[in-house]
Design a protein around this ligand. Structure first.
Ligand code: FMN
Length: 260
């Protein structure tokens, strides 16, 4: 019988885990966390999500290359030059799961119009909820994990690696494993927006700028503690200050989504 931590305690203890001990996840644990994912709520009972468990080493390497935003040749050259590359956890984690929105099955079973943008939203929500059930269940068992959105750096190549048919889109990966808590990278928790910014009652409340600045300082201090000169504003600007994976609409349309 598996021993799991209470739910709220587990959720409040969350931090992304990027370094693992190397110990495999037992079949019993893996099956428990996948069952937890399977049990999740799903829009209109559509179950618009598929999980690909990536065990093949070459595929893991290819997916890590994508997360590093490097072609295979660039990746090999960087390794040969002894450069430090990111996202080692995609290769090192015990389990790597890719969550896909999936309307392929819908097209197999019925005559459907899955090219509406709403269908994409349904699939993305279903996949995210399922993944979070999986991660929360894993964390409750003492495992840890980190989501991998950088899989979308080259979403077409990732789809090829995973052999995805039309109407299936890989949204993000999830690394899982036994946390190496001796590693500093796993130890701290990132401070979240306080509830008085996060939650409005009845009507949307525009955030008080002083409160936002105060939170920005909290994040700056958090990063300072990790030797980084960064704050939340800089993080937002780094992500949303320029075009964001501009190939996405074309790819989604090629896969049969978001045409109208
Ligand atoms: C959808 C999604 C995609 C993410 N993609 C990546 C990723 O590609 N690489 C990575 O190292 N972390 C990734 N993360 C982890 C976030 O950076 C992390 O959750 C965030 O900084 C908050 O830190 P915490 O999870 O430790 O609280 C992702 C998280 C989410 C929810």
């Amino acid at each position: 019988m598996l021993n799991s931590q209470p739910t709220i305690e587990t959720l409040l203890n969350h931090r992304s885990i990027r370094k693992y001990t190397g110990e495999p996840i037992s079949e019993e644990m893996l099956s428990a966390v996948l069952e937890a994912g399977r049990a999740v709520s799903t829009s209109s009972f559509l179950q618009a999500c598929s999980i690909i468990r990536v065990t093949d080493k070459a595929k893991r390497t290819a997916l890590r290359q994508i997360s590093c935003d490097l072609s295979q040749a660039q990746y090999e050259q960087a390794l040969a030059e002894g450069k430090r590359l990111g996202h080692a956890y995609v290769e090192d984690c015990a389990e790597y799961l890719v969550f896909c929105m999936d309307s392929h099955r819908h097209n197999q079973l019925a005559k459907v119009q899955t090219d509406w943008t709403e269908v994409m939203i349904i699939g993305a929500i279903d996949a995210a909820l399922m993944a979070q059930n999986v991660l929360a269940a894993a964390e409750s068992l003492g495992l840890g994990g980190v989501y991998i959105g950088s899989l979308r750096n080259d979403i077409a190549r990732a789809s090829e690696v995973l052999g995805l048919p039309k109407h299936v889109v890989p949204l993000f990966g999830l690394c899982l494993g036994h946390p190496d808590m001796s590693s500093k990278i796993n130890q701290s928790q990132r401070p979240r927006l306080p509830l008085d910014i996060l939650v409005s009652t009845d009507t949307y409340q525009v955030a008080d700028e002083n409160k936002l600045e105060k939170y920005n300082e909290v994040v700056r201090e958090y990063y300072q503690g990790r030797g980084l000169d960064l704050d939340w504003r800089a993080q937002i600007a780094a992500t949303f200050g320029a075009e964001v994976r501009p190939f996405m609409l074309e790819f989604l349309q090629k896969q049969g989504f978001c045409k109208r």
